[in-house]
Structures are given as structure tokens and as C-alpha cells.
Write a protein that binds this ligand. Structure first.
Ligand code: NOJ
Length: 545
């Protein structure tokens, strides 16, 4: 599918709208808001996993790939959602977790029962020298191996011990996964997001050398391309889908390869390098102001190199694995609207396809809470234990979770301040509703013509209709400026100039704005003789013909 004019809206189903009072969002809840999503202008809804799952990792531990988690509804609800979304010109994108299954999945249960066919669906290794098979850590903390005494063997889990890695080098496993894709294609699904898809090819099980975590033995292996191509040929090519691969610790070259149309693998890739610019010494559970130069360098490199190599980027600030960008790169206290609009404009004016997370369009922020006990995410809880062991105080741990926890991007949707739990649920929400729902909620923004929501509508329309933003080259500008992120998008002799102030101060501007007219900006007025940008000001200008 031509991805240049598509916009994806990510829904965390558990947190969107509860219609049963059980404290969990559900499919009927999504259905009830389709008109609103159509009004916003998005073309596809990405739903985080909605399959049966023990929920140790909020659905990324799938125990049945071809059914609906009863907490979220029924298959009929899903079919209705697909049909009703289609009527509104909106596709449904499902989240395929093919690197691992839940240990409650039938395949793993059969493996545990000793069935050799199913044992070979996973990775089993003997321990070495009385210890683990190798020294790889799991991405959620602790070792990546779990011992099963009946076999005197360990199975591999790059994530939680209840998420066993699938052995995709086994053709029978790949055939099962192809069948899963075809099942959902038959249900009318038109998009797929592939979870951590670049770690599905383990090339060796040797010990990680000093200073490495072993990623080089399972990341971006050469067979990833073959497996993706197989999924394309045997399933995806039946329709003209939008597909996106989530890539862990990847490179531009690899992502260009995965997303070049002629390779018939994916439509585009998510990479996370730009969301590590506030990691001190590359460690997530630390506090550091973001490195603006590094952020700009990454954007410039990815935008220009992907274009040069014919690949396609997925553009995003937020997802369910990240704290809210407004709290991280903007200023939700002094400039909530200006900075949220500026961040949105960055996503919609770069080369690639924009993704927004539920809540972005009303300016949802990180969770404000006074207690570590309000966090429920497995990664956050493991991190809290680790920080405690490092000797951090409860206050320090809380401050780090408030800035870094994945729960920040998962709190219940804030619909209104007139009902309990921000209108999300009549029961007890599975995760705390942010206190700021009193002022930040959908009902309030819809009454404001100058809202973040209204700005998103304009940006979405612009992306859908403007060929320069869809196909223009990226020309980096003001590369070493301390406040401004600036670039031109050029198509033939047409040009759009984008300048964004990432700080809450006036920022001197050395670019000449005479000869440009305003398409969109986040302050009411535009002065083409300006010599500075105001706090978080963001200009999208078109060169006069
Ligand atoms: C990436 C998903 O986005 C994340 O939420 C999950 O924990 C891991 N993959 C493991 O599936």
C-alpha cells in the first residue's frame, strides 16, 4: 500500500474504553469511538495484542494467536469492529508477537509434556559447567534461560520467563505463523505490526563477550529477511497491507533492507534510537536531560539515509513502551499546547508514516502518582527491585519510574471530567487514571478551536494531501543550532520549510523567512521578518512560487 498518506492511531485496548465495568478496556469500547477517530482523520488503528494471554506482559505473552481475549470481547465483536471501521475508511492493524509465545500456549505445554515435535518449536539447551547455557541477560532483567528439571534443560526467553522464544529456524513454526496471518487476513485485517521482529533469527548461542549482552547473536540475523519474505509471499501478498516491524537495536541499513518495496518484506520499520537520547551511559533507568544534538543527528541520518536507500520510516514519539513525549521533550506545565503541537508537527513533517498513540491528541502526560505501588508493568517492577538493590531511596525510585516507566504510556484514556475514572470505566481501572484528567480530557479539547486535537486534525489533513510532505527530499538545516531543529522538504522546485524550537526560551533564527508563506504554526501570528522563534514555536512554511 502507498504509505505516504496514511496515519496510524495506536490504541492500547486495555486502556481505551471499558464498556463492562471490569476495569479493562474492550473491543466494544473501541467501536463506540469510531466516529470520533474518523473525525480526527486517521486511516488505520493499531491494536496492541487482543489475544488470549495470561497478561504477564500485557498481552505480549500470547497463549492463542487465533482467538480474542474474552476480557476484550468476542470474535463477533472483532468482526463488527473491522466492518464498522472499514465503513469509515479506517483499517485495523493487529500486533503479531512471533518471537515468543506465552508458556501457557498449547505448543509450549505440549513441549513441556515431552512431545518432540513441539519441543522443537522452542530453544532448549543443556547447562554449561554446572550453570546456564550462556551468559545472555533477559531484556526484562535476570538471565535469558529458565531451567526445566524434567529435561535437565533450559529454554530461551529473551523477555519474561513466561515468554518462551519460538524457534523460527524450524519450518513448521514458520508455517504455523503463516497460518496465523492468513487467519486474520480472512477476517479483514489490513495491517500488521510485528513485535521485535528483528530478533527472530538466533545465529549462535555462544557467551556474550565482556561489555556485550549477546545482542549480536540474535539481532538482525541474515535469515530475518528470508522469514519476512516468506510471510509476505505466503500470506501478506494476498492483500495490499500496511506492515511495520518493531526493530530492537537495529541499523539504518538493515531497516532500509526490510522496508524496500522490491524486497517484499515490510512496508516500514520502527526504530528507537531517538528515544534513547535521555539515557545516561545508555542505561534506561537513569535521569538525564535529552541530548538535543544527538536527537537531531539521528533524525537527519535516518531521514536522509532511508530515503537514499529506498526504505521507509515509521515516525513516532509515543507508544505503549515509552513515557509520554510531552513530559519528556516538551513542557506540560508552562507550554502544554505549544510544545505538544511542536512535537506533533515534527512527526507529521518528516519523511515516513506518522503514528500517534491514544491520548497524544489531547496532550496526555506521564502518570502523576505518589506511590511506587501504582506501577504494574513487569519491566518497571523488575527495575524498581534493581534500583532498590543499588541502594536508591523510595523517593529516587519513584522519580525514575515517573520519568521512565512504560506505564506512563498506558494509563487509561481521559475522556471527560464529568464521570468517575475520566469516563474510562465504571469499575476499578486496571491502572491508575492520571490525576490531571480533570483538565486534560477529550471533552474539554473538543470545545477549544485552538486545541492540540484541532492541530492534529490539520496535520493529518496536510500529510494526506501535500505531495511535498509525502515525497519531498529532506535537506537538513541549522545542524548545530542549540535550540532549533530545522529542515526543508523539497520536491522539484517546491519547498516546505520546517523549523521547531525545542526549548521554552526565545531562540535566535538565522534563516531568512521572506519569500515563505505560513501553512501551519502553533502561535496565532506569523512574522516573516522574525529573527527568533518563541518558546516551542513550530513553523511549517511553503516557499512562494
Ligand atoms: C515489544 C513490545 O512492544 C513490548 O511491550 C513487549 O514487552 C516486548 N516487545 C516483548 O514482547
Amino acid at each position: 500500500m502507498d504509505c505516504s498518506r496514511q496515519v496510524v492511531y495506536q490504541i492500547y485496548p486495555k486502556s481505551f474504553q471499558d464498556t463492562t465495568g471490569n476495569g479493562l478496556g474492550d473491543l466494544k469500547g473501541i467501536l463506540s469511538h469510531l466516529d470520533y477517530l474518523q473525525d480526527l482523520g486517521v486511516t488505520m488503528l493499531w491494536l496492541n495484542p487482543i489475544f488470549p494471554s495470561p497478561q504477564n506482559d500485557n498481552g505480549y505473552d500470547v497463549s492463542n494467536y487465533t482467538a480474542i481475549n474474552p476480557d476484550y470481547g468476542t470474535m463477533e465483536d472483532f468482526e463488527q469492529l473491522v466492518a464498522e471501521a472499514k465503513k469509515r475508511g479506517i483499517g485495523i492493524m493487529l500486533d503479531m508477537v512471533f518471537n515468543h509465545t506465552s508458556t501457557e500456549h498449547e505448543w509450549f505445554q505440549k513441549a513441556l509434556a515431552g512431545d518432540p515435535k513441539y519441543k522443537n518449536y522452542y530453544f532448549w539447551k543443556k547447562g554449561k559447567n554446572g550453570g546456564l547455557p550462556n551468559n545472555w541477560p533477559s531484556k526484562f532483567g535476570g538471565p535469558a534461560w529458565q531451567y526445566v528439571p524434567e529435561f535437565d534443560e533450559y529454554y530461551l526467553h529473551l523477555y519474561d520467563p513466561t515468554q518462551a522464544d519460538l524457534n523460527l529456524s524450524n519450518p513448521e513454526v514458520r508455517k504455523e505463523l503463516v497460518d496465523v496471518l492468513n487467519f486474520w487476513i480472512d477476517k479483514g485485517v489490513s495491517g500488521f505490526r510485528f513485535d521485535v521482529i528483528n530478533v527472530i533469527n538466533k545465529t549462535s548461542f555462544e557467551d556474550a563477550p565482556q561489555g556485550s549482552e549477546g545482542k549480536e547473536f540474535y539481532t538482525d540475523g541474515p535469515k530475518v529477511n528470508d522469514y519476512l519474505h516468506q510471510f509476505y509471499v505466503e500470506a501478506l501478498s494476498r492483500i495490499d497491507p500496511i506492515t511495520v516491524g518493531e526493530m530492537s537495536a537495529t541499523t539504518v541499513e538493515k531497516c532500509a533492507g526490510y522496508s524496500k518495496p522490491e524486497n517484499e518484506e515490510l512496508s516500514m520499520c520502527f526504530n528507537f534510537h531517538h528515544l534513547k537520547v535521555d539515557y545516561k551511559d545508555k542505561q534506561k533507568w537513569t535521569m538525564m536531560p535529552f541530548d538535543f544534538q544527538e536527537l537531531k543527528n539521528l533524525f537527519f541520518t535516518w531521514d536522509t539515509q532511508m530515503e537514499k536507500e529506498g526504505g521507509w520510516n515509521a515516525l513516532f514519539w509515543n507508544c505503549h513502551d515509552q513515557p509520554r513525549a510531552l513530559s519528556r521533550f516538551g513542557d506540560p506545565v508552562h507550554y502544554p499546547k505549544e510544545s505538544a503541537k511542536m512535537l506533533a508537527a515534527v512527526t507529521f513533517t518528516r519523511r515516513g508514516m506518522p503514528y500517534l498513540l491514544y491520548g497524544d491528541k489531547i496532550g496526555m502526560t506521564n502518570l502523576h502518582t505518589a506511590s511506587v505501588h501504582d506501577y504494574v508493568d513487569i519491566e518497571s517492577l523488575n527495575a524498581a527491585n534493581m534500583l532498590k538493590e543499588q541502594g536508591k531511596t523510595d523517593e529516587e525510585i519513584l522519580a525514575i519510574l515517573q520519568a521512565k516507566s512504560r506505564d506512563n504510556g498506558r494509563t487509561p484514556m481521559q475522556w471527560t471530567n464529568k464521570k468517575p475514572n475520566a469516563g474510562f470505566s465504571e469499575g476499578k481501572p486496571w491502572l491508575k487514571v492520571n490525576d490531571n484528567a480533570e483538565t486534560i480530557n477529550v471533552e474539554s479539547v473538543l470545545q477549544d478551536d485552538d486545541s492540540i486535537y484541532a492541530y492534529y486534525q490539520k496535520l493529518i489533513e496536510l500529510k494526506k494531501t501535500n505531495p511535498i510532505l509525502q515525497h519531498g527530499h529532506t535537506v537538513p538545516l541549522l545542524e548545530s543550532d542549540d535550540n532549533l531543529y530545522a529542515y526543508a522538504r523539497r520536491l522539484g522546485d517546491q519547498e516546505i520549510l520546517c523549523i521547531h524550537n525545542f526549548y521554552g526560551n526565545d531562540a535566535p533564527l538565522s534563516l531568512e523567512l521572506q519569500g515563505y508563506r505560513r501553512i501551519l504554526s502553533n502561535y496565532p501570528d506569523f512574522d516573516e521578518s522574525a529573527y527568533s522563534l518563541r518558546p516551542y514555536e513550530s513553523l511549517i512554511l511553503e516557499k512562494n512560487a
